[in-house]
Write a protein that binds this ligand. Sequence first.
Ligand code: BTN
Length: 265
Amino acid sequence: MNARRNTPPPLNVEAIAASLRDSAVGHRILYLPVVTSTMDIARQEAERGAAEGTVVVAEEQTAGRGRFGRQWRSTPRQNLSFSVLLYPSRRTSTRLSSMTPVAVLRAIRTVTGLTATLKWPNDVRLGEKKVCGILVEADFQDSQVRHAILGIGINVNLNPADDPQAYFVATSLAAELGKPVSREELLQAILTELGLAYTHLKEWNRVWDEWCSSLETLGRQVQVRWGDHVEEGVAEDVDSEGNLLLRRADGTLVALAAGEVTFQL
Ligand code: BTN
């Protein structure tokens, strides 16, 4: 066995930050081998007044988290786990949950040629399996946004067969492409797309249209769970706030702001 094949190299972020020095996102990248969660470090950075667009990348998270307080696990040196610190206006903050997955879809397309889809609101999928999870956390004071943090976890070179818990529900870019993917190229592409989408709000309509048209959830019979609540019906559309419009069996329509979607047959 070739030991070098078994131990991929650490992520090299210096060239990425240099290439993004004029971009709104990624001009400063903190690379840390092990953290609790990159969300925690990005929050500490915000409290210190760090520059907007600061990125925190870690090889390993001991308390990586997902939506609904779930645990997020990732294999060191194979995937990407990072957070981006922003100071958006209140209006812009409402757009981050759509902007982020669209930036990821665009970057995946550029780097791998693969076309991913979205499970509402922002799970990125290839086929029927999840390849990337996104967590957006915002800190408010009165009605102002003090900061927002985008958390992105992508299975890049993971071999899904190595992770029996994830095997049936998760995939990686390399598994779908049949060859390894450069983590540096992908990170640079995502940060570039995020910077462009965040800066050029004039392009907002394009981002919004792309988010809507990538939602494989629409038209399908789904169950949506949040906390102790469950709704079932046909995912008919999304409204201008990004809420999912669900047509219940009794014909009524309900708008859902958040939830975990499961597809039904
Ligand atoms: C989800 O699908 O539930 C969202 C997962 C988000 C995971 C990323 S990995 C980088 C950042 N740090 C975390 O602790 N979580 C996000």
